[in-house]
Design a protein around this ligand. Structure first.
Ligand code: ACO
Length: 335
């Protein structure tokens, strides 16, 4: 069994800043409501003509991560790409990245696990490196939410929360056998699949069928979220899976140097922090600036925290996520 570790991190967000006041010009909402409920002050949206897409942003983040890892695209043995907003219905974003970065005919795998996508993707990469099958895996989380949200008052409880962006990590075989990714922990509970979902367009809800059968106010090709139900489950599962990860390694809450929770909602992060009795400098949040970027939120936050010098060698870093499915998980890392 080999040891795997993160050797490079990168992130990219579009330049276009959309404030809460900007949204209030499109729908009946206001800065106070959004900040009070979610902590979000602004988010980034792709602007028509800026050249960005889910895959393009993924490439931008990946380029930085590979540079930091001191690797060339040719050194990458596999791509794992997490997104719920791929450029195309099929094929996925992984092959687009492979093509844009001129990589060899390496495997490219898309992970569709929404807010838990990056944690699942890291777990996949970790297994392939630990078993010795691959040496360097490029893990990307990238989302273009702004292209698929309802920016009228009808969609306000969902559309104010999400933002666009990408983050990437290089998971490599460690030469030292010290620390690295200690373990990953994954769960799902499909009975709650309808509580946070985008039903179509899909094989169940093709566009002509939607137009024919649904009144204008009930179009299922915008995301639906049962906000309070999601909130209640998120806080329980987040704390459970953090404890599970620590216990599996004989560690406790006191050992955490940095918790990077999926940036779902600042209130959720604060609730977890309080429940686990962590101090402000043990938890990293940037949802205030970027909104919820689902599969991209953890790699953006991890990359930003690392670049800001908030993670040092030897630190115990915990990644944790919860999202649609429901799916949830954690990654325990000794930096
Ligand atoms: N601006 C102004 N008013 C709004 C908005 C808005 N953007 N959205 C909804 N409202 C109104 C509603 O219409 C409702 O009005 P009414 O009382 O007249 O009917 C009122 O505000 C309260 O609506 P609720 O949906 O009950 O609001 P709630 O307090 O539950 O807050 C929220 C909604 C923020 C989504 C909350 O439920 C929450 O934090 N849920 C957690 C889910 C979450 O954060 N998901 C993130 C994505 S999932 C993930 O990443 C895991």
């Amino acid at each position: 069994m080999y040891t795997s570790k993160i050797t490079g991190l990168g992130h990219y967000v579009p330049e276009n800043v959309v404030t809460n006041d900007d949204l209030s010009k499109l729908m009946d909402t206001n800065d106070a409501w959004i900040q009070e409920r979610t902590g979000i002050k602004e988010r980034r949206h792709i602007k028509k003509g800026d050249g960005n897409s889910t895959s393009v942003m993924g490439v931008k983040a990946a380029t930085i991560a590979l540079e930091e890892a001191n690797l060339k695209p040719d050194d990458v043995d596999m791509i794992v790409f997490a997104t719920l907003s791929p450029d195309m219905y099929f094929p996925g974003g992984g092959v687009e990245v492979q093509e844009m970065m001129n990589m060899r005919t390496i495997p490219a795998l898309d992970v569709r696990n929404q807010c838990s996508g990056f944690v699942y993707a890291m777990s996949v990469a970790d297994q392939f490196v630990k078993t010795g099958m691959y040496k360097n895996i490029l893990v990307i989380g990238s989302e273009n939410h702004s292209g698929g949200l309802d920016f009228t008052t009808r969609g306000r409880s969902v559309s104010v929360i999400f933002g666009d962006g990408a983050g990437a990590a290089v998971v490599s075989r460690s030469e030292t056998n010290e620390g690295g990714i200690l373990s990953t922990h994954l769960h799902s509970e499909g009975k709650h699949k309808d509580e946070l979902a985008l039903q179509g367009p899909s094989t169940e809800y093709w566009v002509p069928e939607i137009i024919e059968k649904n009144p204008q106010e009930d179009i299922p090709y915008y995301p639906y979220m049962n906000g309070q139900f999601v909130f209640k489950h998120a806080i329980v599962r987040f704390t459970e899976v953090i404890h599970e990860g620590l216990e599996a390694n004989g560690l406790s809450i006191d050992d955490i140097d940095m918790l990077i929770p999926h940036q779902a909602n600042l209130r959720i992060s604060q609730f977890i922090q309080q429940k686990l009795k962590l101090s402000d400098d043990q938890v990293f949040n940037n949802i205030q600036k970027y909104g919820n970027t689902t599969a991209a939120s953890i790699p953006i936050a991890l990359s930003e925290a690392h670049k800001a010098g908030k993670i040092k060698k030897g630190d115990l870093v915990v990644l944790a996520a919860f999202g649609s499915g429901f799916t949830w998980g954690s990654v325990i890392i000794r930096w």
